[in-house]
Design a protein around this ligand. Sequence first.
Ligand SMILES: NC(=O)c1ccc[n+]([C@@H]2O[C@H](COP(=O)([O-])OP(=O)(O)OC[C@H]3O[C@@H](n4cnc5c(N)ncnc54)[C@H](OP(=O)(O)O)[C@@H]3O)[C@@H](O)[C@H]2O)c1
Length: 233
Amino acid sequence: MSKCIITGASRGIGLATAKLLISRGHQVLCLSRTPCPEKEVSWENVDLQRLDENQDLKGKIEKFLDGDKKFSLVHNAGSLKKDSTLNLSSSQFREVLEVNLVAPLILNQMVLPLMGEGSSIIYIGSTLAHKAVAGACSYVSSKHGLVGLMRATCQDLVGRMIHTSCICPGFTDTEMLQTHLGADPEIVKSVAGGVSFGRLITPEEQARVVEFCIENPVMNGSVIDSNLGQIER
Ligand SMILES: NC(=O)c1ccc[n+]([C@@H]2O[C@H](COP(=O)([O-])OP(=O)(O)OC[C@H]3O[C@@H](n4cnc5c(N)ncnc54)[C@H](OP(=O)(O)O)[C@@H]3O)[C@@H](O)[C@H]2O)c1
């Protein structure tokens, strides 16, 4: 049994990952603004947009770890806003970067002094970490940056025997996707039609990829697409 800290395990891919890891006998700490509905998961109320102001978090993480040095940190929380290069304000840009890119750096620096051999840092990127679509400027920029942060993590941790990787999910059936697409079932159908299997991915499928990356140091430094085969047009 080992321990895992997951950002944004209150729903979606993070919650599915927390449930899977709990079912395997691990202990999980969720960092999010709303509680994790899974009773066995410990929860700290954390706004990743304001992590610099959170002076108590390191102590709470230390308490959760209770001296254990082999653990995982999963940077799963994400913020997706509709915005454009043409009109995105610098303050709105910073808000998304804080959650998607700056918070992972701050959390890394918080936990790395506590991390020992066999630990891992897993980033959740996106298909939009490799390519762009219109109307998602801050998200696309932050997810591209996250791949860079993962690669820098890999290089800066040489010799520590801590592995890292960035998983890039495709269209996964969560609140984030539902909110982004809106209520029209035809839009959801057309998005699913862009996947070679003709369906959305489940959060549980993504959770199994996260578990695989946690357990396999050979994945160190890698960017993994988990998109069920997106159809290129
Ligand atoms: N769903 C997809 O199709 C898809 C595709 C590619 C990549 N992804 C990535 O997968 C990851 C998980 O997304 P999801 O689809 O599971 O989304 P989701 O269901 O909307 O969940 C997002 C999680 O992020 C947390 N979060 C957001 N802002 C936060 C903040 N300021 N402070 C703390 N926590 C915050 C939320 O927790 P609280 O609201 O409780 O704070 C929530 O638990 C994200 O990084 C996303 O970019 C998803």
